[in-house]
Design a protein around this ligand. Structure first.
Ligand SMILES: Cc1cc2nc3c(=O)[nH]c(=O)nc-3n(C[C@H](O)[C@H](O)[C@H](O)COP(=O)(O)OP(=O)(O)OC[C@H]3O[C@@H](n4cnc5c(N)ncnc54)[C@H](O)[C@@H]3O)c2cc1C
Length: 479
């Protein structure tokens, strides 16, 4: 018999990835220990999804009040104390906290330990002076905001997604470095609260990873909210003179300067691998700093797995928990069987107004891969439900394999895009084509009907001409 260990699984990090990994292990009756050095719930609960979506709701209330005219109601300028809005955000975190708490996980059968774990061998970790052993270890230590080395940045206390939630006063002028999803969501929020927001993005567009038409709509929407967007701007230096802060950027046309009171750095997230003992063990990292894993989430050191933001390639809560199933099951059963992670239909959503939701390929990704595709578009301006809600901005775009109804990707921009995308995710995951969506009853009048109507557009474009000519002749003969 091989070596014996105290546990089946040790999971390091109690964010979405670690919580779900340990939950699954406990549900499968394994002896599992979860180690967390900071806050249970990790980034999603404390600094990510939960606070940002809570803040977005308050910002939308402001926008709705100002834009009430479109509902036939006199518009009003919202009155609020910013600190009260931030208090609401913290209250929501507190309300959700029990879902991710030590008490809940202990009751589920997970041993929870507070402390910083260092991996000392493929089967051992240290927490302070204590040594624990386990047959398998899962690294789920997440990621943190990446702060680039910009000259002069150390003169100010720049905000990140870790610290912005502590703000008590609304910044008058907020500059946001980075026009990705986090930057765009927060830019819209703060502009709607009344800050003068500038987004600085070095790429030629914001939301570079998303569908270009979708990013364009978001850009227009942010600009309507008063956000100034500087694309093709690379931050070069922070200058502080007489208490005045300025961000100097390099552009193709020379340098620009933007004054600000607060600077939020939102240029990406770096995997938390420092101080874990990975180098000594020979656990390899990818060039972007994430832990290298194979398709079964095993690292370069057998016995050690990784999942969630620390492993990538995606950095979302739902991909962290999706991977967690594989990390847990493979970690527990790999001596008998293990599974490759299914990345065939990964959705993601940016919660701006309008929302942008994506699953599978965008047009640009399909072009990069030289795929022979067709693009079908249905505009929400034609959807009855969107018209009743005076919210017609956006579209459903579906990428299909040429001549087939097989869905390769979908982009939805609109009021409820994040909810609507799941129909395409389900279809892609289970191999259902547009014909199946078209033949499914969607209640009237719902936003989801737009998905069916997009399938209808595709169907009309693929109606066989010879059959229609024959039908025309048949009906003429029938008259
Ligand atoms: C502003 C913002 C908004 C976001 N919005 C969304 C969204 O709307 N939807 C979405 O899907 N995703 C969103 N995300 C991303 C999402 O938060 C992350 O993808 C998710 O939290 C990753 O989970 P994780 O478990 O991999 O890592 P984390 O949540 O970071 O958890 C890792 C945990 O490991 C702990 N840890 C680290 N090192 C050690 C150690 N040595 N010992 C013990 N514990 C350790 C950390 O303290 C942390 O609690 C957002 C992120 C941000 C910043």
């Amino acid at each position: 018999m091989a070596d014996k260990y105290d546990r089946n699984l040790i999971v390091i990090g109690a964010g979405s990835a670690g919580l779900v990994t340990s939950y699954i292990a406990a549900a499968l009756k394994a002896n599992v220990t979860l180690v967390e050095s900071h806050k249970m719930g990790g980034d999603c609960l404390n600094y990510g999804c939960v606070p940002s979506k809570s803040l977005i709701r308050s910002a939308r209330a402001c926008a709705d009040m100002r834009g009430a005219e479109r509902f036939g109601i006199n518009p009003v300028e919202p009155e609020f104390e910013f600190s009260r809005i931030m208090q609401r955000v913290r209250e929501i975190i507190t309300t959700i906290e029990p879902h991710d708490s030590v008490e809940r996980y202990t009751s589920l059968g997970v041993e929870c330990i507070q402390g910083k774990a260092v991996i000392t061998s493929p089967h051992k970790i240290n927490i302070d002076e204590r040594e624990l052993s386990s047959r398998r270890i899962v690294i789920a230590t997440g990621a943190r905001p990446f702060v680039p080395p910009i000259k002069g940045l150390d003169q100010i206390s720049a905000l990140t997604s870790d610290t912005i939630w502590d703000l008590e006063q609304l910044p008058q002028r907020l500059t946001i470095l980075g026009g990705g999803p986090i930057g765009c969501e927060l830019a819209q929020c703060f502009a709607r609260f009344g800050s003068q927001v500038t987004v600085v993005e070095m790429a030629p567009t914001i939301m570079i990873k998303d569908d270009h038409d979708a990013a364009d709509i978001v850009r227009q929407s942010l600009e309507r909210d008063g956000v100034k967007i500087l694309i093709g701007h690379r931050a070069a230096e922070v200058k502080v003179n007489d208490g005045q802060n300025r961000l100097v950027c390099d552009t193709d046309q020379g340098q620009t300067e933007t004054g600000f009171d607060q600077l939020l750095v939102a240029v990406g997230r770096k995997a938390n691998t420092d101080g874990l003992g990975l180098e000594a063990l020979g656990v390899k990292l990818n060039p972007n700093g994430t832990v290298e894993t194979n398709k079964r989430l095993q690292t370069s050191v057998p016995g050690i797995y990784a999942c969630g933001d620390v492993a990538g390639p995606y950095q979302f809560t739902h991909t962290a928990s999706h991977q967690a199933w594989y990390a847990s099951v493979n970690g527990l059963f790999d001596r008998f069987k293990s599974f490759k992670v299914d990345y065939s239909a990964i959705p993601w959503v940016t919660y701006t107004e309008p929302e942008v939701a994506q699953v599978g390929l965008t047009e640009a990704m399909a072009a990069e891969r030289n795929l022979d595709i067709e693009v079908t578009m249905y505009k929400l301006a034609e959807l009855d439900r969107a018209l009743t809600e005076s919210s017609t901005e956006g579209f459903v775009k579906v990428i299909t394999a040429k001549g087939k109804d097989k869905i390769l990707g979908a982009t939805i921009v609109g009021a409820h895009a994040g909810e609507m995308i799941t129909e395409f995710t389900l279809a892609m995951k289970h191999g259902l084509g547009l014909n199946k969506i078209l033949s499914t009853i969607h209640p009237y009048p719902t936003w989801m009907e737009a998905n069916k109507f997009a399938a209808g557009v595709w169907k009309r474009e693929h109606a066989p001409a010879w059959a229609l000519t024959l039908l025309e002749k048949f009906h003429r003969w029938q008259r």
